[in-house]
Design a protein around this ligand. Structure first.
Ligand code: AMP
Length: 214
């Protein structure tokens, strides 16, 4: 049976990086709700403006809005087989909606926790910068660009510090994770669909561990 691979981890745990690798190396489509919401930045609709305001605050977009987007995205041809969800579900309601969707699509859910200690997450998030041209991700503490504020590959591209990666917002995001998303680990554990990878260390090692689990 085709799988829906659900990567669960706090913001900054590296879900996006790992999902991107699964996409590049195994051809498994990566569905990132955070990326999809960020892409709405340029559309001038009321809902897009609301989403941007919610994201900037570090809080979660309403479940119904998020589900409608996931449902729509996973109805395309490329997701007829397995796909990876990176950043969804994030609440108990969303987990319930995903059960329904999986049933309709005839797929099984495999949750994988990407575990990283909180102190490390803070550094990863507040230090994160990304190239607006190619999406390359840097970290001012652990992986700085050669020239401060400038992408190594795109000298004209300014490195972006995401509005929700400022310290105050990061705190809200981590609290939201603890309160609403962390309980999902127990839910998937109880239904015997949870596996776990250690999210600290080299991304290649984490990927190797992850690949073994899927
Ligand atoms: P991320 O890049 O995954 O950290 O997501 C960035 C922001 O997008 C989050 O802080 C939320 O505001 C919003 N978001 C992403 N995924 C979800 C989701 N599953 N449910 C609600 N809001 C989400």
């Amino acid at each position: 049976m085709a799988k829906i691979i659900v990567l669960i981890g706090a913001p900054g745990a590296g879900k996006g990086t790992q999902a991107r690798l699964l996409n590049e190396r195994r051809g498994i489509p990566q569905i990132s709700t955070g990326d999809m919401f960020r892409d709405m930045k340029n559309s001038d609709t009321e809902i897009a403006r609301e989403v941007q305001a919610i994201m900037a605050s570090g809080k979660l977009v309403p479940d119904e809005v998020t589900y409608a987007m996931v449902r729509d995205r996973t109805s395309r041809l490329d997701t007829a087989g397995c796909y990876v969800l990176d950043g969804y579900p994030r609440t108990a309601v969303q987990a319930g909606q995903l059960e329904e969707l999986a049933k309709e699509q005839g797929k099984e859910i495999q949750a994988i926790e990407v575990d990283v200690p909180k102190e490390e997450l803070m550094k990863r998030l507040t230090g994160r910068r990304s190239c607006q041209e190619c999406g390359e991700i840097y970290n001012i503490y652990s992986k700085p660009p050669k020239v401060e504020g400038i992408c190594d590959f795109h000298p004209d591209a300014h490195l972006e510090h995401r509005a929700d990666d400022y310290e105050e917002k990061v705190k809200v995001r981590l609290e939201t994770y603890d309160e609403l998303t962390k309980p999902l680990l127990e839910y998937y554990e109880k239904t015997r669909r949870l596996k776990k990878v250690d999210g600290t260390g080299e991304f290649e090692m984490i990927y190797a561990e992850l690949e073994k689990l899927i």
